[in-house]
Ligand binder design. Structure first.
Ligand code: UT7
Length: 333
């Protein structure tokens, strides 16, 4: 028994990967009846990256992980836990985490995927944090990776303009110095709202909510307006609750790293919390909504731009299909 509840689980390094191919709003206007004039003001998105046909979620996850390892100065052989957030795995099984483990040559420790749609990243951080403390894993890779283009209906302008592909990763380490790193994560879900944002059917399964079988059943269906309202509410509420529980004020938070779905959602949340937008990281103008990858992708950009110093508070917050949501408060190490 090697539980380590008095130690800290800290972020040792970050990495990200986005496919080469850029798809602009003008490119999309060639496919569906839309325009840059509609997309940009309503969402903040200018362009997104789209993976090649043979480029898989695990390819992107592995590249992001390699960069995170390099940034952390950690060798792949030191990694004894891998947790991946994804809703677009390469296949039903094996999971993406085991593919990454084999490719990197990591230790034969636990390797698992977790699906909480766009709220995947706070979920995987919390699971990795708990497993490290419970079992004494020393170094973990926590990855968010999604090939959203594989579940988009390219005839549905209400959804296909919103998403993109990518991956982000952090290396977590168990450290003796208490009070740093991941302080607390607050997770939540309300399954009653499942039908408003879903991919209605898996191959060879009966539909759970036949009313959601609009357009194509194996692609995203979304009631955008309803999701928008819920997103603003749950992201603001969970962030505020988390800060209050930890006696940290929003003024003390150096950086907010929100899920990148829509600039207007982030602005509404910032407004509710009374925080100016310059403390919110935004990169969805270049990537769109990359689901589980959006927080680690944005975090990697902030880290590489030197926006975080030791001791800075950082708040990551996301929501997604389920509905699921989660917020993580951390102190940069
Ligand atoms: O990670 C979680 C994932 N999802 C989200 O976070 C999405 C949350 N929701 C949103 O971001 C917004 O609701 C959207 C950006 C999806 C939509 O914005 P909206 O201001 O709520 O627009 P709407 O759905 O009310 O549509 C307004 C109009 C409609 O036309 P009519 O019925 O007024 O004639 C739509 O058909 O805009 C039309 N429309 C479009 N027009 C051009 C919808 N999508 C497009 C489009 N291009 N891509």
């Amino acid at each position: 028994m090697s539980s380590a509840w008095n130690q800290s689980v800290v972020i040792l390094g970050t990495g990200s990967f986005a496919p080469e191919r850029v798809m602009t709003n003008d490119d999309l206007a060639q496919l569906v009846e839309t325009s840059d004039e509609w997309i940009r003001p309503r969402t903040g998105i200018r362009e997104r990256r789209i993976a090649g046909e043979n480029e898989t979620t695990s390819d992107m996850a592995t590249e992001a992980a390699r960069k995170a390892l390099e940034n952390a100065g950690v060798a792949p052989e030191e990694i004894d836990l891998i947790v991946v957030g994804t809703c677009t795995p390469d296949m039903a099984f094996p999971n993406v985490a085991t593919i990454v483990q084999a490719r990197l040559g990591a230790k034969p420790g636990p390797a698992m995927d977790l699906e909480a749609a766009c709220a995947g990243y706070p979920y995987v951080l919390d699971v990795a944090d708990a497993l490290m403390r419970r079992h004494g894993h020393r170094k973990a890779l926590v990855i968010g990776a999604d090939k959203m283009s594989s579940i988009l209906n390219w005839n549905d302008r209400t959804t296909c303009v919103l998403f993109g592909d990518g991956a982000g990763a952090v290396v977590l380490g168990l450290e003796e110095e208490p009070g740093h790193g991941l302080i607390e994560t607050k997770l939540g879900a309300d399954g009653r709202d499942g039908p408003i944002l879903c991919v209605p059917m898996m191959p060879k399964q009966a539909p759970t909510w036949p009313e959601s079988l609009a357009f194509a059943p194996d692609t995203i269906y979304m009631n955008g307006r309803e999701v928008f309202k819920q997103a603003v509410r749950v992201m603001g509420q969970s962030s505020q609750e988390l800060l209050e529980r930890n006696n940290v004020t929003s003024e003390e938070v150096k950086l907010f790293v929100p899920h990148q779905a829509n600039t207007r959602i982030i602005e509404a949340m910032a407004d509710r919390m009374g925080v100016s937008m310059d403390r919110f990281i935004i990169n969805l103008d270049r990537y769109g909504n990359t689901s589980s990858a959006s927080i680690p992708l944005a975090l990697d950009e902030a880290n590489r731009a030197g926006r975080l110093q030791k001791g800075d508070y950082l708040l990551m917050v996301a929501f997604g299909g389920g509905l699921t949501w989660g917020a993580t408060l951390a102190k940069w190490f």
